[in-house]
Design a protein. Structure first.
Length: 356
């Protein structure tokens, strides 16, 4: 199972990163349609001792796939076969959009990191909604209880003015909430102009309150609502988010998104500069992501809203460290690109050994 890093170096490392991602995702989906699909699902299914209750839901494992890999809900069942306890789809916008001009995805292999300025490229909420509905039914049929959880991450359409952002988010919420196990509001991507201004509490409060009400009404049930924040917030900003989460009774906070900083990288600085603007993810984010998690947990209190930790997670030990620091769930993404399809199963086995 450790063959993949060599395969990556020989095959994918010299390929355009976005093309490599597309090919890899196609292969994962194709495998799920062959007799190998049920075999993978059986062999990679998380051990029962990893079942986790969070957000009023039961997860097969505390470890899941962060938003960004499956932007359009086209491979939820196939990704679940690999052992992820949940798959967060998105970021999805109310209207379809192509994203930013290419190239927009860059690997920093020496740092086990990625820089992206994808720009929320996706098919739009109306197209994604039926895929979510189909995936929920497929997971229920093939996994039973508990099935992998489907989260949906929503963001602002690029062409929509910030003054109209709330209604844009509401359009997505109404379309997607009936098919989502939980909903995450993304106000922290650095790749949509002005989006991070919505992290200001004066803008964030009415946005989250409105989205929560619209989602519950559209779904006819409570849809757990979370907000995803940036690692670049100051400690005071993090404290304000924690207070807002408590006052609005949010179900949780996802910490963190990508960073706009370029600190402590070993990659040649000229290569980093050549990549241009965008969000940095991967191993270099580990320290700051853990700091934000600990700050949030201390401010939210032990009985406060849940925290999903993401950023720089690579191993079972990393996941366990986040759980020990107060996260109820942990997500990864960038290491998936470097470690390959057996990554989640390997993490689950490590977590299970810790609980034996």
């Amino acid at each position: 199972m450790r063959i993949y890093p060599t395969f990556f170096r020989l095959v994918f490392s010299g390929m355009d990163p976005e093309l490599a991602h597309r090919i890899g995702f196609v292969l994962i989906r194709a495998a799920a349609l062959t007799p190998a699909g049920p075999v993978m699902r059986r062999l990679m299914r998380p051990a029962p001792r990893l079942r986790t209750e969070a957000l009023g839901l039961e997860f097969p494992s505390p470890f899941g796939l962060a938003a960004g890999f499956d932007k359009e809900g086209s491979g939820i069942a196939a990704l679940s076969n690999l052992g992820f306890g949940h798959v967060e789809v998105g970021t999805v916008t109310a209207k379809a959009q192509p994203g930013n001009p290419k190239p927009r995805l860059f690997r920093l292999v020496e740092d086990r990191a990625v820089i992206n300025r994808m720009g929320f490229n996706n098919d739009g909420a109306p197209a994604v909604a039926p895929r979510l509905d189909k995936a929920r039914k497929t997971l229920a049929r093939t996994f039973g209880t508990p099935r992998p959880v489907i989260g949906v991450n929503i963001g602002k359409t690029k062409t929509v003015d910030l003054d109209d952002a709330v209604e844009d988010y509401l359009s997505s919420a109404r379309e997607l909430a009936p098919h989502a196990d939980y909903l995450a509001v993304n106000v922290s991507s650095p790749n949509t102009p002005g989006l991070r201004r919505l992290q200001d509490i004066s803008a964030l409060r009415p946005l989250l309150a409105s989205v929560g009400s619209a989602a519950d009404e559209a779904a006819g049930r409570h849809v757990p609502l979370l907000v995803k924040i940036a690692p670049d917030l100051t400690d005071a900003d993090i404290d304000d988010v924690a207070e807002l989460a408590r006052s609005l009774r949010l179900d949780g906070v996802i910490a963190t998104n990508t960073t706009v900083t370029r600190e402590n990288l070993v990659t040649d600085p000229e290569r980093v500069i050549a990549c241009g603007v965008g969000g940095l993810s991967g191993a270099p984010l580990k320290k700051r992501s853990l700091e934000v998690l600990r700050r949030l947990r201390s401010q939210l209190g032990e009985d406060g809203p849940a925290v999903i930790s993401v950023g720089g997670v690579e191993t079972a030990e990393d996941v366990q460290e986040r759980l020990d620091a107060g996260a109820v769930l942990v997500q990864g993404y960038t290491a998936f690109l470097y470690e390959g399809p057996f990554w989640a199963a390997r993490i689950n086995r490590g977590l299970a050994r810790n609980r034996a």
